[in-house]
Design a binder for this molecule. Structure first.
Ligand code: HSE
Length: 309
C-alpha cells in the first residue's frame, strides 16, 4: 500500500536494573540498536510487513511491537493505519532490551506520524504492553530509557512516573553477552516473592545513593552504590563464571559490575574510555579461555534514546 508518510528509527539497546535498581533503574546505550521503518497508510489497523535479523512472529498480537502499537491506537481515534518493518540487531533474550527496543520504537514512530498526540510518559505505558507480552510483567525499566534516553528511574510502575536522571560525562558501559538465552519470565520466576526488611533497607539506601552520585558526578559514591541484594544473588548462578567476571572487572578499575536486566548479558561501568577498553579486554580474555561464545562491546550512555534517522 502506498504510504502517506513514513519514518525510519534507530531503537537503542538498554540496560535495566543497573545493579541496585531492580525494576526501577535503566540506562540507554549508543552502540547497538535495531532499526524500524513505520509507514502511515490509509487502511486502518497495524501490520508487521517485514522482520530481518531474527525469527520473530509477524502476527501483530504475538509481536511486542504489534501489541504496543495496538495499545496506542486503542487510546486515540485515527483514520489511518500503520505498517511496521523491523530490522533486528539486538538478539531477543540477550538482556539488553530487545523487546523494549521494538515496543518503544513502534509507539514512538506511530506517535510521530500522528503529530505527537502523546507524551513520553504515555508512550511508556503503551510500550509496556509489549514487555508484558514478552515477559509476563509490564515492567518499564527498559522501555523508559529507550524512550527518554540517558538514565531513568521508574518511580511508579502502576501509574507510570518516569524520572530522567543526569549522566555523568565520563561514564562508559561495557557489555558482555554470553550466547546463551535466559528468558525474563524464567529469571523472574526464580526470585523470592518477599525480601527481608534488612535487605530492603540496604537496597533502597543504594538506590538513593546512586541517584545522588549521578547528580553530583561522584564516581566513588556511584561505585559503592552499584550493589544488588535483590536479584543478582539468585540470577548470577545461571550466568557462567559470573563471580570470576565480577572480580576481573573490579580489579580492572570497573566502578561496578552487574547483570544487565535479567541476563545473560552483564555490564560493567567505567570512568573513561581507556578503563572501558581495559575491562572489555579482560572480560573477553576470560571467556576466550572457555568454550562459551560471546560478544563484548563498549558504549557511551545515549542521551537521546530512540532517534529519527
Ligand atoms: N527489571 C526486569 C527484570 C528487566 O530484571 O526482570 C528485564 O529486562
Amino acid at each position: 500500500m502506498k504510504p502517506i508518510a513514513s519514518i525510519r528509527l534507530f531503537c537503542p539497546a538498554t540496560v535495566a536494573n543497573v545493579a541496585c535498581g531492580f525494576d526501577v533503574l535503566g540506562l540507554c546505550l549508543t552502540s547497538v540498536g535495531d532499526e524500524m521503518l513505520i509507514r502511515k497508510v490509509q487502511q486502518k489497523g497495524v501490520k508487521i510487513t517485514k522482520i530481518t535479523g531474527q525469527k520473530l512472529p509477524l502476527e501483530v498480537t504475538k509481536n511486542v511491537a504489534g501489541v504496543a502499537a495496538l495499545a496506542l491506537l486503542e487510546a486515540i481515534d485515527t483514520d489511518y493505519g500503520f505498517e511496521i518493518e523491523i530490522y533486528k540487531n539486538i538478539k531477543p533474550g540477550s538482556g539488553i532490551g530487545s523487546s523494549a527496543a521494538s515496543a518503544a520504537g513502534a509507539v514512538f514512530g506511530i506517535n510521530a506520524l500522528l503529530g505527537y498526540p502523546f507524551n513520553k510518559q504515555e508512550l511508556t505505558v503503551f510500550a509496556m504492553q509489549g514487555e508484558k507480552l514478552a515477559s509476563g510483567t509490564a515492567h518499564a525499566d527498559n522501555v523508559a530509557p529507550a524512550l527518554f534516553g540517558g538514565f531513568t528511574l521508574v518511580r511508579n510502575n502502576d501509574s507510570i512516573d518516569v524520572i530522567s536522571l543526569p549522566s555523568p560525562i565520563a561514564l562508559w558501559i561495557v557489555i558482555l553477552h554470553p550466547q546463551i538465552t535466559i528468558k525474563t519470565a524464567e529469571a523472574r520466576a526464580i526470585l523470592p516473592k518477599e525480601i527481608t526488611l534488612q535487605t530492603a533497607t540496604k537496597q533502597w539506601a543504594n538506590v538513593g545513593a546512586f541517584v545522588s552520585a549521578l547528580y553530583k558526578e561522584d564516581y566513588n559514591l556511584l561505585s559503592k552504590s552499584l550493589v544488588d541484594y535483590v536479584a543478582t544473588p539468585f540470577r548470577s548462578k545461571n550466568i557462567p563464571y559470573y563471580n570470576e567476571l565480577e572480580t576481573i572487572a573490579l580489579s580492572n578499575n570497573a566502578l561496578g559490575f552487574g547483570i544487565s536486566g535479567s541476563g545473560p548479558s552483564m555490564f560493567a561501568m567505567a570512568k573513561g574510555k581507556a578503563d572501558a577498553l581495559k575491562i572489555q579486554a579482560a572480560l573477553s580474555k576470560k571467556y576466550s579461555e572457555t568454550t562459551i561464545t560471546f560478544n563484548c562491546f563498549i558504549s557511551k550512555i545515549n542521551p537521546e534514546g530512540i532517534k529519527i534517522l
